[in-house]
Design a protein around this ligand. Sequence first.
Ligand SMILES: NC(=O)c1ccc[n+]([C@@H]2O[C@H](COP(=O)([O-])OP(=O)(O)OC[C@H]3O[C@@H](n4cnc5c(N)ncnc54)[C@H](O)[C@@H]3O)[C@@H](O)[C@H]2O)c1
Ligand SMILES: [Zn+2]
Length: 504
Amino acid sequence: MEPIWLIGMMGSGKSTVGAEVAARLRWTFVDIDAEIAARVGCSIGELWGSAGEEAFRDMESAQVARLADTVDTVISAGGGVVLRGENVRAMRESGVVVWLDAPPGTLADRLEGDSDRPLLRQSDPQIRLSEIAAEREHRYRSSSHFRLDAAATVGEVAANVVGHVRIKVGDASEVLVGRGFAHDLLPVRPDRRKAALLTQAGALTVAGNVGDRLAETGIEMLNIELPDREAAKTLEAVGEVYKRLAEFNLGRYDTIVGVGGGTVTDAAGFVAATWLRGVESVAVPTTLLGAVDAAIGGKTGLNLSGKNLVGAFWHPSRVNVSLDVLETCPRNLMIEGTAEAVKAGFIADQAIVAAYEESGLGAPLAEIVPKAIAVKAKVVSDDFREQGDRAILNFGHTIGHGIETAAGIPHGHAVAIGMVAAATISAARYGFDAPRLTALLTKLELPIKSPAVDRNTVLDLVARDKKRSSDGIRMVLLEDFGRPRLESVKPAELSAGLAAVGLG
Ligand SMILES: NC(=O)c1ccc[n+]([C@@H]2O[C@H](COP(=O)([O-])OP(=O)(O)OC[C@H]3O[C@@H](n4cnc5c(N)ncnc54)[C@H](O)[C@@H]3O)[C@@H](O)[C@H]2O)c1
Ligand SMILES: [Zn+2]
């Protein structure tokens, strides 16, 4: 993962919190001040005294540039790191920047008795801290992606920092995951005047907040509520949106913002891909499935007689994922999204599987969501147009889609059943541990048997699936956890897979 940069005033707890966050994530912790002090062999105060502030700042910039290339690192940057634009750019372009913010009184209490603070030497610490905080506040804000309240205990602040991450999807989009939303919901674009926000019934509160925040920045907003669920992904619904966009005069350099579940981000992405031959889109997924799957990867689509028959590849330039929003999702939605998150674990990340095996549905989203997004982002970045490896994301989907259509059950449930079928075929071919996969799905309250539907209907649907190739049904199988392969499956194997989920 890209590094987490902690910035903020002296006394905001960057070093203690940073060390605690790194311990929790099992990442490396680097404190830039300590690193410099170790190199020069004296304290920062002595360094300022002997070599001067500029010499210190040069060393600091060199450290920032070096650390920008690291992975799985939590970095405590000094209070003044934001004074140089080159540092700010390096931090923001390499990872997520979190501003730990606490009132000057709290900072002064924490710094009492600390003699190695050159900036506090001459005057009353609290007054001086208030002055520095006032001078730097706008810099901390504009340099960081997220602001966190740092007045709480180290444990509480560290727990809040965990889960903040930036993930790039190719060169096209950046995903920001955090508590609340990033300061900049939209990437900076001076030529943007307007934005159209598309949402749905279950996401109206979040959409209201997002819309208000954008309006406060001076953007002219148009809010459109789409019909709920799959009805959003229809030509009729999208046709209405085009009419509203025309009245609103949404231009080439304006933005479409989708706030909602996967149906909203799919429909909003499709509108963005087609309006004026393509305008910028930003996604704010509000369901777990949307956050770990639908909003990532640039596939957009509408339903006609079949699901997602019409669509385009169109990457959102920014995806804003709020862990707070996802944590308040109703349990049924959480379980559906869990099917896709655990799928990411089965195909590519043992740590997701381990977290779910340990804690079931109580596994912290702050741990699961960044990891699951990273799996999809990596697969998609390697294969933007789905010509090869991207197909591994379809684990559980070939048979799952057939059962979803035949039985009319939620997608996440169907994927779980499809994964059991694929695991059974994988067990026969490669000795894959199918019982372990099935036991985990059960623990996650996902179904492992299909409702009673006609087996031949499912077989027909599977055969018609667009992932078919000339040499038979192609499916993703698992040699082991984290070792997927795309294979042609024989009719007898398919039958055995269906039998395992009750369609014998
Ligand atoms: N583009 C892709 O790569 C991709 C990948 C996977 C799935 N998808 C698509 O995603 C769609 C499914 O997404 P979904 O499961 O999010 O469904 P959805 O968009 O229909 O949302 C499900 C329900 O949750 C409500 N809701 C949304 N946010 C909520 C919140 N925070 N709290 C409470 N309720 C909330 C909605 O109003 C809706 O009723 C499908 O259409 C599927 O095709 C696309
Ligand atoms: Zn899916």
